[in-house]
Design a protein. Structure first.
Length: 72
C-alpha cells in the first residue's frame, strides 16, 4: 500500500510539473514587432522631452547652479 501511495504522489508531481511547463511555454515571449516599435517611439519621446527640459533650464537659469542647501 505504501508503495502505491508513493507512486501516486510521484505521478501527481510529474503531472503538476508538466502542467506548469506547458503553461509557461504557452505564455512564452509575447513581444511583437509592434510593441518593440512602440517602445522605441516612447524612448525617443522621453529623450526629446528631457532635451526640451534641459533647454528651458539653461534658458531660464533654473537648476543650473547646482543644488543649494539651507543651513540653519
Amino acid at each position: 500500500m505504501l508503495a502505491m501511495a508513493k507512486q501516486r504522489v510521484q505521478i501527481g508531481v510529474v503531472v503538476a510539473v508538466a502542467l506548469v511547463v506547458a503553461v509557461l511555454g504557452a505564455a512564452g515571449p509575447t513581444v511583437s514587432a509592434q510593441s518593440v516599435s512602440d517602445m522605441e517611439q516612447r524612448d525617443r519621446l522621453i529623450a526629446d522631452q528631457e532635451n526640451l527640459l534641459n533647454t528651458y533650464r539653461c534658458l531660464f537659469g533654473v537648476d543650473v547652479a547646482g543644488p543649494r542647501f539651507l543651513v540653519i
